[in-house]
Write a protein that binds this ligand. Structure first.
Ligand SMILES: Nc1ncnc2c1ncn2[C@@H]1O[C@H](COP(=O)(O)OP(=O)(O)OP(=O)(O)O)[C@@H](O)[C@H]1O
Length: 610
């Protein structure tokens, strides 16, 4: 990492060997000189990290500090040394479950269940401490060399009582393949983690997560499709285990196991399961937890069906995605409250493979509230790798709901046509799509207003001499009809149009969240490589300065910083140092199209885009 000159952090932690690099910095094998104990030291890289990364780092420390459990990585110390923030954790040996899956494919049922029991136990401990992980996926489940599973990476966690969320208005963080429906809609509590663990269970058993494909399609499926029952992938899955996994994947959070402890308890039971005729299959450790449900399920005879070959599993990377609902995760009381009386888990209904009926979506925020919603439907999103469709695990800033439904679901997921229930379901689904589109349109207008607020504070002189970015804000505001068309990115701003300034006065926080979004868009652009590193570094720097100005209460200076940034990026685009990607789209959606010279139209680049 640039800037690391010394091998000892805070006079105590000796850096011995680099273990790996993540999105926020580096993790080193280290030695605590005071105790002689080997440790892992995570260092935030100040050069590549923006304000969102700083928040994420701090959040990881706060969340991990509150959870003490054998199935959760232990946080030992936190601090900063010169300019570098650091975390000290217990040093984990082994590898993560994503690597395990890649090496071995689907795991034997008892072994998968033993691991899932441990993961659920760790998550249950987090939930008891008021922490929701929100990014449960195989890569964040670490398997030590003695087969103890540890939940790691609380960088996206939500902490009880926390007022502000890390994610900006209109975004949801997580990894598309493991996102609960309510998380996609911008809300959710610990049931999100239960759902995500259900996705992991599915993947460990079937070799692929329940939904695959491009990220928008995967999110659409999380919202609207039922998963293919695991027994269609492999024959040796006990029916009760299938029922548990399908229940964890219920669209309605109240139809899932009420606690992660319950799931842990049942997985631990299935870990003891021995298929008939198979002596003592190895299951690894499966600690029985202090779950509230003491009724052990009876394992039924094995079912049998042909197992189709699993398609490619998408890489699962943490993603920043626009949500379709407003900010703020509801407290546990909003969606828990005891075992539900209906639903696939507690109601005793046989697993049919049909998605359970959705409860109404979380109510949209009232007027005036900062609502979410990606401003516009996805062009192929920023996460789309050059020359191909985006995948569920790709880094992306995408609409939560794709403008067009993906390929029709298979027969196991679709109720037979013609019944009243089907027609009702169809009507419900159409209403949901319309609601999502409407929310997306509202989100588009609001994010534009936020940027208008930010930029309208620039001085008149500045407005005259800039390339018209302020003017472009008002001119390029999307209308609701644009929700199903191409983004504003390719629309020419009208020079001279004036931005409209909303009367809302909670603009400080809104501007700040807009900046966080912008900062994340720079990160996302960097990940796909379509920005010169120096341009990216300067962009982060300007955003950070703008954020500082906002904190100081100087919105005008903050606006000037962003105007400068817009000019820099226009120039970078012209020189070929910035190409299509999440940052360009993000700015375009805010009415700041850096691909256009507002006076002459689209720039001619000196160099081709790719
Ligand atoms: N406590 C630990 N002990 C040993 N290795 C660790 C520990 N924590 C993280 N690592 C390893 O260090 C590497 C970097 O981890 P880090 O959490 O920074 O990034 P990541 O999880 O890969 O990405 P991101 O944080 O952006 O999601 C990974 O290979 C991870 O397995």
């Amino acid at each position: 990492m640039p800037g690391i000159q010394v091998a000892v952090i805070a006079g105590r932690y000796q850096l011995v060997e680099l273990i790996g690099r993540g999105g926020m910095g580096e993790v080193w094998r280290g030695l605590d000189r005071h105790t002689g104990v080997p440790v892992a030291v995570k260092l935030l890289n100040p050069l590549v990290s923006g304000i969102a990364a700083h928040e994420r780092f701090a959040r990881e420390a706060r969340a991990a500090a509150q959870v003490v459990h054998p199935n959760v990585v232990a946080l030992l110390d936190v601090g900063h040394d010169d300019q570098r923030r650091f975390l000290v954790m217990e040093l984990l040996t082994g590898h993560n479950l994503a690597d395990e899956l890649a090496a071995r494919g689907p795991l034997p049922v008892p072994e998968a269940c033993a691991l899932l029991a441990q993961a659920a136990a760790g998550l249950a401990a987090a939930h008891r401490a008021g922490v929701v992980h929100r990014d449960v996926k195989p890569a964040n489940l670490h398997l030590t060399s003695d087969r103890t599973l540890k939940v790691v990476d609380f960088g996206l966690a939500h902490l009880a009582g926390e007022a502000a969320r890390l994610t900006a208005v209109g975004t949801v963080v997580g990894t598309a393949a493991y996102l609960a429906p309510e998380q996609i809609e911008g809300s959710g509590g610990h049931a999100c983690d239960v759902y995500a663990l259900g996705c992991v269970a599915y993947e460990l058993l079937c070799g692929q997560p329940p939904f695959t494909g491009a990220a928008p399609q995967v999110m659409y499926q999380h919202l609207h499709h039922g998963p293919v029952p695991p027994s269609r992938h492999r024959a040796d899955i006990p029916a009760e285990l299938e029922r548990l996994v399908m229940a964890m994947l219920a669209k309605n959070p109240s139809h899932r196991p009420a606690t992660a402890d319950q799931a842990a308890h049942h997985f631990a039971t299935y870990a003891q399961h021995r298929p008939q005729g198979e002596p003592g299959a190895g299951g690894g450790r499966a600690p029985v937890q202090d779950g509230s449900d003491s009724t052990l399920p009876v394992l039924p005879p094995l079912t049998g069906s042909a197992a189709p070959p699993p398609p490619n599993r998408p890489d699962a990377q943490t993603t920043v995605l626009p949500s379709v609902a407003g900010p703020g995760a509801p407290g546990p009381g909003a969606w828990t409250g005891g075992a539900p009386s209906t639903g696939p888990w507690t109601g005793g209904a046989p697993s049919t493979g049909h998605p359970p009926a959705r409860t109404p979506s979380p109510p949209p925020p009232g007027p005036g509230l900062p609502t979410g919603g990606g401003p516009l439907p996805p062009p192929p999103g920023p996460g789309i790798p050059p020359g191909g469709a985006s995948r569920a695990g790709d880094t992306a800033i995408l609409e939560a709901v794709p403008p067009e439904p993906p390929a029709p679901p298979g027969p196991a997921m679709t109720p037979p046509p013609g019944t009243d229930a089907d027609r009702d379901a169809g009507r419900r689904q159409r209403r949901r799509v319309l609601l999502h589109l409407a929310l997306a349109a509202v989100g588009a207008a609001i994010i534009t207003l936020l940027s208008a607020l930010l930029f309208s504070s620039a001085s008149d002189e500045e407005k005259k001499t800039t390339t018209g970015s302020s003017s472009a804000v008002g001119a390029a505001r999307p209308s609701p009809s644009t929700t199903s068309s191409r983004p504003a990115a390719r629309r020419t701003p009208r020079p001279g149009a004036t931005p409209s300034t909303p009367r809302a006065t909670s603009a400080g926080q809104d501007r700040r969240t807009w900046l966080v979004n912008l900062d994340q868009a720079v990160d996302a652009q960097q990940r796909i490589g379509n920005i010169d590193p120096d341009v990216a570094r300067k962009a982060h720097e300007k955003i950070r300065k703008a954020a500082e100005k906002l904190v100081e209460g100087d919105a005008e200076d903050a606006g000037e910083k962003i105007e400068e940034l817009t000019r820099d990026l226009r120039e970078a685009w012209r020189k070929g140092e910035l190409r299509d990607g999440p940052l360009v789209d993000f700015l375009a959606r805010a009415g700041l199209d850096v691909t256009q010279d507002p006076w002459r139209g689209r720039h001619d680049r000196k160099h081709g885009p790719r």
